[in-house]
Write a protein that binds this ligand. Structure first.
Ligand code: FES
Length: 115
């Protein structure tokens, strides 16, 4: 794999408002489309306990982990921790994967490849 290259990942028409799992070049991703028709891509691994985000659902334009319900926006920021008590969502960040969305969603795998 070459780093800092764009790789065709999925036909854009196949990405909807349900999570789409993608295994590509030995890495796991999740893609989804938000209510403004923007496609997002993150690592498929939740920062809390490593759940597969692709098994979750899209809520309020964020991807929601199926295990404990943590939510991440398209920039990888944790936006909600739905459990009793106050929880700081800062610091539980996933690296967003740069993405071009034309007829094909293309991923730039510089960050994902190096980590
Ligand atoms: S593993 Fe993702 S919220 Fe628990």
């Amino acid at each position: 794999m070459f780093i800092n290259f764009w790789y065709p990942a999925e036909q854009s028409k196949n990405i909807g408002n349900e999570p789409t799992k993608l295994r590509m070049l030995g890495q796991d991703f999740v893609l989804w489309r938000d209510s403004k028709d923007r496609v997002h891509c993150l690592s498929n691994t939740c920062t809390y306990r490593g759940g597969s985000l692709g098994g979750g659902k899209v809520k309020d334009d964020c991807i929601q982990c199926p295990y404990h319900g943590w939510r991440f926006d398209g920039d990888g920021n944790c936006t909600a921790i739905p459990s009793p008590g106050r929880h700081n969502t800062k610091g539980w960040v996933l690296d967003p994967i740069p993405l071009l969305d034309g007829s094909t969603a293309e991923l730039e795998l510089d960050k994902a490849a190096g980590e």
